[in-house]
Design a protein around this ligand. Structure first.
Ligand code: COA
Length: 177
């Protein structure tokens, strides 16, 4: 499939390209960006290249995946957002990550909302979760702003997480374009 490009008010969500590897590597090497991830050490550039290939394969296997995010008014990668199948639990997760300069402007919420919309309206998903480290207050707040409900505290990827979820019908009723 051709990975769709989505535009929101301030952002372009587009397919990752091999040429994003160095910019993504820089973002993942910024202080604190991976603080709440299972592995907090920035990955080497080769691992970032493999990660991008896996993301592109995921789109072909599932019909959804992660987008590279750019601002509409300026070129350059600022982060990622999108949908990922979790094989351990057979759930689909919405993910989001931005370089530090871009935090606190509502951009993760804007990108993730577009990802949820694609999942429900184009990919035919019924239920999407967000899995967030128990101490990651900003990410929990994003899930809440997306009208996702707190479900429980569970162990994912070897860390204690809060699980949030939203159903297609709730998204359609609660989340405005
Ligand atoms: C989590 C992350 C994506 C949020 O991005 P963002 O663009 O700043 O998010 P938004 O601006 O849309 O919303 C952030 C909200 O969290 C709030 N917030 C920020 N820090 C917070 C904290 N420590 N505790 C509670 N809330 C916090 C903000 O005030 C804002 O809420 P508001 O709009 O009600 O004021 C960003 O911090 C990031 O990339 N972190 C590193 C990667 C990561 O942890 N990703 C999530 C993995 S589950």
């Amino acid at each position: 499939m051709e990975i769709p490009t989505i535009t929101t008010t301030r952002l372009t969500l587009r397919a990752f390209a091999e040429s994003d590897a160095e910019s993504l590597h820089q973002i993942l090497s910024e202080d604190g960006v991976l603080e709440y991830f299972p592995n907090t050490s920035p990955p080497p550039l080769d691992a970032v290249r493999r990660f991008i290939s896996r993301q592109l394969a995921h789109w072909q296997e599932r019909g959804f995946g992660w987008w590279a995010i750019e601002r509409r008014d300026r070129q350059g990668l600022i982060g990622w957002s999108g949908l990922q199948h979790l094989p351990e639990t057979d759930e689909v997760e919405i993910a989001y990550l931005l370089g530090r300069t871009f935090w606190g402007k509502g951009l993760a919420t804007e990108a993730a909302k577009a990802g949820l919309r694609y999942g429900f309206e184009q990919a035919g998903l019924e239920h999407i979760v967000a899995i967030v480290h128990v101490d990651n207050g900003a990410s929990q707040r994003v899930a809440q702003k997306l009208s996702m409900g707190f479900v429980d505290r569970s162990r994912y990827f070897g860390i204690d997480c809060h699980r949030y979820a939203i159903e297609r019908s709730h998204f359609a009723a609660e989340v405005k374009p």
